[in-house]
Design a protein around this ligand. Structure first.
Ligand SMILES: [Zn+2]
Length: 309
């Protein structure tokens, strides 16, 4: 039997990530098994043990209110409203589980950020990265802005000064960009498709739009030249990497042409940029659609566990 051989990262997950959403298998694109597949494969290949997984807590109302309005949170008591944001084809009007899914995954992001800062570690949440959730409304499959809540909570506890959000999801992290637009201590770096709101006016921001069918070469060339510039001008105490797998060529929503190997190169590059500067890292699964999407996140975690340095 192979031996568990490293502690280079921690995984945050909880069975509710799956159990709370599997009944909602009515979405056309999102594989509700995605993050459970990642977790199961990590265990199957003996890359992690069950006890090495940090169990995500359910996010509290108090924490959600750090970012979201009470009026908006009240609307989430109606599953039909959530179903609309998630573009579900069917919603049981009495079903409270959809919100529960988001509450646990968002609690996982907060926990990941706290753990990463406290233990100076890389922590992977098997989900999270809801970068389209605004304080007063959800959109684009995003209900609770886990990233903004985590940052705000740690700032309020005086545990965090400067945060760099590296958002390589196929879609622009428009809600994060807007929410932090007047804050000098949160830098937003994003490479995304030209299919979301155009927002300008933030100082600490690099926002790069890429065309359809962007290839490995072009994508990686831009990433490897632009991201290091951020580290030169902004001293991050924490990096939150929104590692959406939807730039992958086999993604069923995105239209970039990034190969499986290219996706891994992307993730390794971001990882190394933080590790070599000794900055705690939180990685969030974020978007990614279709039956093969889970492999991209799995490949990244496997690489960190077996080779990461
Ligand atoms: Zn996306």
């Amino acid at each position: 039997m192979r031996i568990f051989r490293r502690k280079r990262c921690k995984i945050v997950y909880r069975s509710e990530y799956f159990s709370a959403i599997h009944a909602q298998n009515t979405h056309k694109s999102f594989d509700v098994m995605k993050f459970k597949k990642v977790r199961d494969q990590l265990i199957k290949e003996k890359l992690i043990r069950r006890k090495d997984v940090l169990p995500a807590p359910r996010i509290s109302d108090e924490d959600m209110l750090l970012v979201h309005t009470k009026e908006y949170l009240d609307t989430l008591k109606n599953p039909m409203i959530i179903g609309k944001i998630l573009n579900l084809s069917y919603v049981n009007p009495w079903d409270e589980y959809i919100l529960e899914y988001f509450r646990y995954v968002s609690g996982g992001t907060v926990m990941a950020a706290e753990y990463a800062l406290e233990h100076h570690f890389s922590v992977f949440n098997l989900g999270g990265g809801y970068h389209h959730a605004h304080p007063d409304r959800g959109e684009g499959f995003c209900i609770i802005n886990d990233v903004a809540v985590a940052i705000r909570k740690l700032q309020n506890l005086n545990k965090l000064n400067n945060t760099l959000i590296v958002d390589l999801d196929y879609h622009q992290g428009n809600a994060n960009l807007l929410y932090f637009r007047n804050e000098e201590n949160t830098f937003t770096f994003s490479m995304h498709a030209n299919n979301w709101d155009e927002i300008s006016g933030k100082n600490n921001n690099i926002d790069i739009e890429l065309p359809s069918y962007t290839s490995d070469d072009k994508y990686l060339k831009i990433l490897t030249s632009e991201l290091p510039k951020v580290f030169r001008v902004f001293k991050a105490d924490l990096v939150i990497y929104i590692a959406g797998s939807d730039p992958y060529i086999k993604d069923t929503l995105g239209d970039f042409d990034i190969s499986e190997g290219g996706m891994l190169q992307r993730d390794i590059f971001v990882y190394r940029e933080t590790i070599k500067r000794n900055i705690p890292l939180v990685v969030l699964g974020a978007g990614g659609y279709g039956p093969e999407s889970w492999k991209i996140y799995f490949n990244f975690i496997k690489w960190v566990i077996t080779k990461g340095k």
